[in-house]
Design a protein around this ligand. Structure first.
Ligand SMILES: NC(=O)C1=CN([C@@H]2O[C@H](COP(=O)(O)OP(=O)(O)OC[C@H]3O[C@@H](n4cnc5c(N)ncnc54)[C@H](O)[C@@H]3O)[C@@H](O)[C@H]2O)C=CC1
Ligand SMILES: O=P(O)(O)OC[C@H]1O[C@](O)(CO)[C@@H](O)[C@@H]1O
Length: 384
């Protein structure tokens, strides 16, 4: 079985590639990082080490790689033969690879009528659906009709913390032991990909909202509060009781709406929150607040991990959140110069004022109580 995976980065090698190998796939990574592509083709294997006391290590074999910037034809040929296509490249990059995948699928229909599933493994709601939309924008009406029944784009939720790697061995990846990959079954076309470690579900939205608005909300807030209080890593941030309380407070708020909306068992959900807080505090992982807080414009978006839980908290409980709004304010204050999106947010605040920035990035209107709440929290944090 052949899997073509876009993005040979932390999640690509450390999570998806790992499960594909253990499920019997040959994995062909596709990436624009020439060094990683060259090393994968040279070594044909890499190591994954678990961030835990025993530091258990596995070697992932049966891998190769293609640079899509220099060899798009080879990528198209691989897609034409693949049994599965996956991605872990970042939500903003999905539209950029849609044209190449469309070309690969065109080549495939000339060769075979075998169905194929394409699964985006990104931190977002509806990643595969977005990829499908972008691919279908490139197609003719006839192609759309032909592709519709043959290629599946099931959405998925992926959860494993994989920090930036600073190893001498450039291919090695250190990952946390925990992982979860949930895929929506109804949108699969043909047979379910036999990947050991995928949990297939009938309805993905409760899973992805629970994951995104607990793991990712909490992680992002640990990063923004950590940065605000001068911490370098998530671990340091979580050792600070004030930050821990802020993160826990926000997860209680998002938990209240998740339990109310989906009927999750409250006690179980509280255990889920505590487990996640424990994962953030893993002393075997060095994870910079600037990696976890990366791309604040994306994270401040109306459907992402900060704004959506705040809005849904009001919708479900009828109350105003406090911690989540403080978190949004901390994200607005995130001024790391090495992050293009953080620089953009600060430029808008400087040139047009924080009100304009809130409206532009969160899409809350100034008349709303949530908007006013963010303003209040922002002023408090600004005058610390
Ligand atoms: N690292 C983590 O702990 C987690 C990350 N995710 C999600 O997984 C996705 C990937 O994240 P990471 O692996 O951390 O990022 P990463 O930066 O380590 O890996 C992304 C890879 O994509 C490649 N890439 C960028 N543009 C490309 C293009 N146009 N064509 C082909 N390859 C391209 C990069 O060279 C890089 O190797 C993101 O959506 C992230 O939100 C989800 C759960 C956890
Ligand atoms: O990858 P994003 O969406 O920028 O989010 C940052 C981080 O959140 C996590 O997925 C989980 O907390 C990461 O480890 C991840 O990379």
């Amino acid at each position: 079985m052949l899997a073509v995976h876009f993005g040979a980065g932390n999640i690509g090698r450390g999570f998806i590639g790992n499960l594909l190998y253990h499920s019997g796939y040959e994995t062909c990574f596709v990436d624009v990082n020439d060094e990683i592509v060259r090393l994968l083709n040279e070594k044909k294997e890499y190591r994954v080490v678990l961030a835990e006391p025993a530091q258990e290590e596995v070697t992932i074999k049966n891998v190769r790689a293609i640079n899509n910037a220099s060899n798009p034809e080879q990528v198209m040929a691989a897609i034409a033969e693949a049994d599965l296509v996956t991605t872990a490249i970042g939500p903003n990059i999905l539209p950029l690879i849609a044209g190449l995948i469309a070309d690969g699928l065109r080549k495939r229909v000339e060769q075979t009528d075998k169905p194929l599933n394409i699964i985006a493994c990104e931190n977002m709601i509806g990643g595969s659906s977005l990829l499908k939309e972008k691919i279908f924008e490139k197609l003719t009406a006839d192609e759309k009709a032909q592709f519709e029944g043959r290629f599946g784009f099931p959405d998925s939720a992926v959860d494993r913390i994989v920090p930036n790697q600073v190893n001498e061995d450039k291919l090695m990846v250190k990952v946390e032991p925990f992982y979860e990959w949930v895929v929506e079954e109804p949108k699969i076309i043909g047979k379910k990909p036999p990947v050991k470690g995928i949990t297939y579900v009938q309805e993905l939205v409760p899973y992805i909202e629970r994951k995104l608005f607990t793991v990712n909300t909490g992680h992002a807030l640990a990063a923004y509060f950590g940065y605000y209080f001068g911490m370098e890593t998530i671990n340091q941030a979580m050792e600070n009781q004030k930050i821990r309380d802020l993160v826990e407070g926000s997860l209680k708020e998002s938990g209240e709406f998740l339990v109310g909306k989906y009927g999750f068992n409250e006690e179980e959900h509280n255990k889920y929150i505590q487990k996640i807080i424990g994962r953030f505090s893993n002393a075997y992982i060095v994870d910079e607040v600037t990696r976890v807080g990366r791309s604040p414009i994306r994270k401040l978006g109306p459907n992402d991990r900060l704004v959506s839980p705040a809005r849904q908290y009001v919708e479900v409980t009828g109350k105003q959140p406090e911690y989540l709004l403080k978190g949004i304010a901390a994200a607005l204050l995130y001024d790391f110069q090495g992050d293009g999106e953080a620089v953009q947010v600060q430029t808008v605040i400087k040139e047009q004022g924080v009100e304009a920035a809130i409206q532009k990035f969160t899409q809350f209107e100034p008349v709303s109580e949530l908007f006013q709440g963010i303003m209040e929290q922002y002023k408090q944090l600004e005058n610390k």
